[in-house]
Design a binder for this molecule. Structure first.
Ligand SMILES: [Zn+2]
Length: 153
């Protein structure tokens, strides 16, 4: 039996007595009941079978932001809505902007606030040469090939 468990019980019971919530003669029963509850909680915790994990998207709670940015959606940690990309327009609803949002949840400044697929697609587009230039050079190449085949434009 852990010392902290006993101390928690003692604190709780003292608090109840101090507030006058414990009728005389029932202190013992209350103490046993509190201790039994704490003991159960403690054992559950130790066995690793904690089933009441907090909602990761519960507003205002300390959350792992990594879980909010998934492959196909990014979840707003303020309200739990999902998006392809978390826009600053949406963040304004919570009186935040991308910067203060990142700060609040400890998100690195380099982390895009968008779904992984959206981020990947944007990166891919950025890597490509400007599409209109590609199109132009492709047209030119087609023309050259066409001329070689003897087709006049
Ligand atoms: Zn939101």
């Amino acid at each position: 039996m852990s010392q902290s468990l006993l101390e928690m019980t003692k604190e709780l019971i003292t608090e109840q007595i101090r507030k006058g919530r414990v009728p005389p003669g029932e202190t013992q029963a209350l103490l046993l009941s509190i201790h039994a509850t704490l003991q159960r909680l403690y054992e559950t915790e130790m066995s690793g079978a904690v089933t009441t994990s907090p909602n990761p998207y519960e507003p205002g709670s300390r959350v792992d932001w990594k879980r909010s940015i998934a492959k196909h959606a990014v979840t707003c940690l303020e309200c739990g809505e999902t998006f392809k990309q978390l826009s600053s327009r949406h963040l304004r609803r919570h009186n935040l902007d991308p910067r203060s949002y990142r700060t609040k949840y400890g998100i690195p400044s380099m982390q895009p606030l968008s779904a992984h697929v959206a981020t990947a697609r944007r990166r891919e587009l950025a890597r490509q040469i400007r599409p209109w230039e590609q199109a132009a050079s492709k047209r030119k190449a087609d023309k050259t090939r066409a001329r070689k085949r003897g087709v006049n434009y």
